[in-house]
Write a protein that binds this ligand. Structure first.
Ligand SMILES: CSCCC(=O)C(=O)COP(=O)(O)O
Ligand SMILES: [Zn+2]
Length: 213
């Protein structure tokens, strides 16, 4: 810990390294086109490490990761944090067990968000991969992935997410025409949830193409 900064800089370096490695892999899958997407890790009980706004997520370096407090304000940096910072910090503030938030813009996520915006959710049932979500021990379960309307008004979007979180266990949501948010207790957990949503949404789209859903 330095005198000047109110967080552990060594821990920040560790988390930045982890974000960089994981986000490069997600980018290589085509899930972060055109500088889209944002990623964060809980740093401590007041701060998160998050991607700087507008950076090419496929080419992240340590300088592309900065610190914000849970009100979304930059701490110890002149950079602008992700435009969607509030959607990350609201989760860290409310749930001490959440340690990682991942947001991507894959084609599958975006097409699914458009198709299911009217229904307000994607119903996922009968898939073995539902066991990938923390707490699920059987495929005999179901999950409604919410789809929220897109807006540039982040406080309004965060308020809608907050209302959904009141309902209980939730590991992600879609934003119409935009992409997917997923989270977990650490990077591995959040990434498993993100990948499971991507796979399950892909299955639902495929079933629709085949006229089965
Ligand atoms: C060019 S993508 C539009 C903004 C967006 O949806 C996104 O995920 C990236 O925003 P950021 O400010 O985090 O770079
Ligand atoms: Zn986005």
């Amino acid at each position: 810990m330095t005198d000047a900064l109110p967080y552990d800089t060594h821990r920040l370096c560790e988390l930045a390294g982890e974000i960089i490695v994981n986000v490069r892999e997600l980018s290589a899958l085509g899930w972060t086109p055109a500088t889209s997407s944002n990623f964060s890790r809980r740093l401590d009980d007041r701060h998160a490490a998050i991607t700087v706004s507008g950076r090419d997520k496929g080419k992240l370096r340590e300088a592309d990761i900065m610190v914000v407090d849970f009100d979304g304000r930059a701490v110890g940096s002149d950079h602008r944090p992700s435009a969607e910072t509030l959607l990350h910090t609201q989760l860290y503030r409310r749930f001490p067990g959440i340690g990682c938030v991942l947001h991507t813009h894959s084609q599958v996520q975006t097409v699914a968000s458009r198709l299911y915006a009217g229904a307000g959710h994607v119903h996922l049932e009968g898939y073995e991969l539902l066991k990938a979500f923390s707490g699920n021990t059987t495929h005999e379960t179901e999950l409604d992935l919410p789809v929220l309307p897109n807006t540039q008004d982040m406080p309004s979007l965060a308020a809608q997410v907050d209302a959904l979180l009141d309902r209980g266990d939730m590991w992600g949501y879609l934003i119409d025409g935009h992409g997917l948010y997923a989270w977990g207790r650490d990077m591995a957990d959040a990434r498993r949830h993100l990948e499971a949503f991507e796979f399950l949404l892909g299955c639902e789209l495929e079933l629709r193409k085949l006229g089965c859903a």
